[in-house]
Design a protein around this ligand. Sequence first.
Ligand code: G3I
Length: 302
Amino acid sequence: ASTLGAAAAQSGRYFGTAIASGRLGDSAYTTIAGREFNMVTPENEMKIDATEPQQGQFNFSGGDQVYNWAVQHGMRVRGHTLAWHSQQPGWMQSLSGSALRQAMINHINGVMAHYKGKLAYWDVVNEAFADGGSGGRRDSNLQRTGNDWIEVAFRTARAADPNVKLCYNDYNIENWSAAKTQGVYNMVKDFKSRGVPIDCVGFQSHFNSGSPYTSNFRTTLQSFAALGVDVAITELDVQGASATTYANVTNDCLAVSRCVGMTVWGVRDSDSWRSGDTPLLFDGNGNKKSAYTSVLNALNAG
Ligand code: G3I
């Protein structure tokens, strides 16, 4: 196959990208995105500050723009994200306790009702674990509402739309040896044992010199899959875009039957949140980089 999406589809997987609504008027951008990918994650448009800027007043204009573009191009959509300590609107930042807990529930219900039956996946909870060696939860206003906030979010989400796959998504959980990875693993194991509805785990995979790719990523994907969840690479970018690292990540996903697909966090280097790292598959002029060829070849060989 000659595109990333078609090559991934040969093994029943998807290959996606983050899409920014503000770039949909750039034809160089939409030409590449429309050709190469078959899954879309709105980069910012379905976050809490975008979808509920005032409490109880929902705004789906940006989210719908990205959703409609994806559907018009035959692509599916991963919703991102419903409960997160970051990108909270001011009104939510100032809430705590039971008022915040209820606001989180209302937010999940309001956004999921709008997109009910339309999305393939939702990142229900994003980045809830602490960095460093504790393996525990990140301190946040949501965490301070009680340790059960994550399972409440997942149970609320399941009731709101029983047909979308519900994911936990985080970064720096690719290295099997990391305490953060083990913390998330233990949460998912606990959720599965107690029947908390979780279908998938997203490994953001923002690799750089401080948090490099490690070859035990495959062990991580296999270990989580063995708990009975799908796994996915959800925000891939690699500082410097090493072709070898991109191939390794692709081969790790292909080696795990429950690895359902991969998403890169942007189209061209110039579209990246870390554009200075030139971490993506296309350069600023839209040319395919060596990392592109190495991913495509790995997908075609797998
Ligand atoms: O749209 C406003 C614009 O009007 C304003 O002039 C400008 C001034 O700063 O800001 C613009 O908003 C920015 C937005 O991106 C759109 O470009 C925000 O400031 C900026 O904070 C926001 O950054 C996003 C970041 O998440 C926010 O947390 C990045 O685009 C986005 O790539 C990044 O994505 C996250 C994932 O959601 C979760 N995992 C990590 C990943 C990378 O940080």
